[in-house]
Design a protein around this ligand. Structure first.
Ligand SMILES: Nc1nc2c(c(=O)[nH]1)N[C@H]1C(S)=C(S)[C@@H](COP(=O)(O)O)O[C@H]1N2
Ligand SMILES: [Mo]
Length: 173
């Protein structure tokens, strides 16, 4: 018998549904991004959170980027990572050298990113792909993206691996 899940889905946070067969898009009021970890001047455990509506209200950077997993170059758009970090209270020490940001994804993928990447490059938290919201199935709703097309030196496995898709949290280590 074909049976849908018996869990009271409406009561679960949308993140719990990321691996369900028909994942719903996050609702407007849902927190989609949390920034935490070592935030200078903030209590341990303090976090900055954003709903999709808040992210959507911020200035966006848009560029074409070719990735191995999407094949051809496609336009990505979203707030600059350094602006989000600034909003969250992340302060680079000096030029940020040696500081790491841990990106966490809904599928438990995690990757550590040098803070200098965010300072040097227009890394974005992409929320639009082809100018449309990115479905969970298409690796959304948020994805770290690097300007691969304008910076050939970024086209390597390490940097592609830093493009955490289904991104939901960033922690300063
Ligand atoms: N959430 C999540 N993001 C991820 C990964 C992953 O497994 N989960 N793999 C990384 C790696 S190593 C690469 S090269 C690219 C593309 O991975 P894919 O080919 O498995 O899609 O996404 C990166 N982002
Ligand atoms: Mo990779």
């Amino acid at each position: 018998m074909h049976r849908r899940t018996l869990l009271p889905l409406a009561m679960l946070p949308w993140t719990a549904l990321a691996t369900a067969t028909s994942p719903p898009a996050p609702a407007d009021g849902d927190v989609v991004l949390t920034i935490g970890g070592k935030l200078p001047g903030r209590a341990a455990g303090a976090v900055w959170t954003a709903t999709m509506a808040r992210l959507a209200s911020m200035p966006h950077t848009r560029y074409l980027a070719r990735t191995p997993w999407y094949g051809q170059a496609r336009p990505f758009a979203g707030p600059l990572l350094r602006h989000l970090l600034q909003a969250a209270g992340v302060k680079p020490v000096g030029d940020g050298q040696g500081q790491l940001l841990r990106a966490l994804a809904l599928n438990d993928y995690r990757v550590d990113i040098p803070l200098t990447d965010a300072l040097r490059y227009d890394v974005i938290v992409a929320r639009l792909l082809d100018d449309q919201p990115i479905s969970l199935r298409d690796r959304g709703p948020l994805m770290l993206m690097y300007p691969f097309d304008s910076h050939p030196e970024l086209r390597n496995a390490i940097t592609y691996g830093r493009c955490a898709w289904q991104l939901h949290r960033l922690d300063m280590l």
